[in-house]
Design a protein around this ligand. Structure first.
Ligand SMILES: Nc1ncnc2c1ncn2[C@@H]1O[C@H](COP(=O)(O)OP(=O)(O)OP(=O)(O)O)[C@@H](O)[C@H]1O
Ligand SMILES: [Mg+2]
Length: 378
């Protein structure tokens, strides 16, 4: 096992929740980002820090436990936990807030917000959710008065999307399509031809959900209304990026013990390093729980040999033999996970390496999150 792995094992995440101002939980889809974010926030609040967790699409039961009954884009106090607020990102509303902030006057903001292309795009454009999460993070940082902001990230095909989203969105908004569309006197028909000629996946996907000639008018109006707002968008994206690079920020990468998730986590840890982003640790979630103390020293080979002997003793020993085989299988899975983790961390330093076992049930309430926390900080 690598030296980096041994060194990483010696750190947990308690100093992170004790000291950092922004904590971003990121990783591949479905690995436990939302759960980890909520649990880290609980840990920060337990240390007396005024904390908020910004969740994205939490499971309904978890949302309820955090006091998030409806999507209203407002921080809500978490019942029973002093100093902890939670909120659920409402992408559409956040986008509207962004428009209000950047538009030169209320009439222009209103024009954009009622534009049909905008209404379609603000809910569906790839990368919008990531951009809006960043946007809300910056808002909470500048105006929320929180000591600690824990942010969950959207389920993306690729964990890197989160870092790339602001650039992609601003590229889209000020991109070369735009320059073409804004060419004076461009007729609607010509606009459509040009757009089709470019075959812009992102653009056309959003546009194709609308039909008819009217859409072309909406498109032209949308881009024209955006004129003069690109700098605002870009500056904000840069400010968020800069905030994330500060040593007071921390990225916690979440994965499971499976090879594809760990590969993606490795890739992300490398990317964070090359972007100068402060990495705080790797959480390997839902790992195979350790065997009961009495069985722990029994190797898979010994367990299988004992099972074979027991099976010859007659039907009443079969249950014990089956348990021994189960134990052997589990120990082997745990070994595979350990090797996969060591391989993923070869040559890189995640700072902390934390393993959280697969719990008996889904994690959706405060006791469940506290139980996860015991592993994050142990
Ligand atoms: N250690 C654990 N033991 C058992 N269940 C867990 C554990 N961690 C998370 N879960 C469960 O796994 C499911 C996925 O977790 P979660 O929603 O946190 O993942 P995610 O990475 O946020 O997913 P997505 O990418 O879809 O947003 C949830 O039902 C959660 O309760
Ligand atoms: Mg999630």
């Amino acid at each position: 096992m690598s030296r980096a792995l041994d060194a990483a094992r010696q750190h947990d995440l308690s100093t992170v929740v004790d000291t950092r101002h922004v904590i971003v939980c990121t990783g591949p889809g479905g690995v436990g980002k939302t759960t980890t974010a909520a649990s880290l926030a609980l840990g920060a609040a337990a240390r007396g820090r005024r904390t908020i967790v910004l969740t994205i699409d939490p499971a309904r039961r978890l949302a309820q436990s955090l006091g998030l009954g409806k999507l209203d884009n407002q921080p809500r106090p978490v019942k029973g936990v002093d100093g902890l607020d939670a909120m659920m990102l409402d992408m559409k509303r956040t986008f509207d807030e962004v428009i209000d902030r950047h538009a030169s006057d209320p009439a222009r903001a209103q024009r954009i917000k009622t534009n049909r292309f905008y209404r379609q795009m603000s809910g569906s454009l790839a990368g919008t959710q990531e951009y809006m999460a960043m946007e809300k993070l910056y808002d909470l940082h500048s105006t929320g008065g929180y000591d600690c902001i824990v942010i969950d990230t959207p389920p993306t095909r690729n964990a890197l999307d989160f870092l790339d989203a602001p650039r992609r969105l601003t590229d889209f908004l000020e991109g070369r399509f735009l320059k073409m569309f804004l060419a004076p006197g461009m007729a609607a028909g010509k606009l459509a031809t040009r757009a089709a000629g470019f075959g812009a996946g992102l653009f056309m996907r959003a546009a194709s959900r609308l039909t008819g000639q009217a859409v072309l008018g909406d498109l032209a109006e949308f881009f024209q209304s955006f004129e003069g707002m690109y700098d605002g968008f870009k500056n904000r994206a840069q400010a968020v990026y800069h905030l994330l690079q500060q040593p007071t920020s921390a990225f916690v990468v979440v994965a499971t013990g499976e090879v594809p998730a760990l590969r993606e986590a490795r890739f992300f840890l490398q990317r964070l390093e090359s972007d100068g982003m402060p990495t705080a640790g790797l959480v390997v979630n839902r790992v195979t729980p350790p065997p009961p103390a009495g069985l722990a020293p029994v190797t898979p080979q010994a367990a299988r040999a004992a099972a074979a002997t027991l099976e010859q003793d007659g039907p009443e020993s079969r249950a014990a033999a089956a348990l021994l085989r189960l134990h052997a299988g589990r120990v082997e899975v745990a070994q595979r996970e350990r090797h996969a983790i060591a391989a993923a961390l070869h040559g890189i330093d995640p700072r902390a390496l934390v393993q959280v076992p697969l719990m008996a049930t889904d994690v959706y309430d405060l006791p469940g999150l506290t139980a996860i926390g015991q592993h994050l900080y142990s």
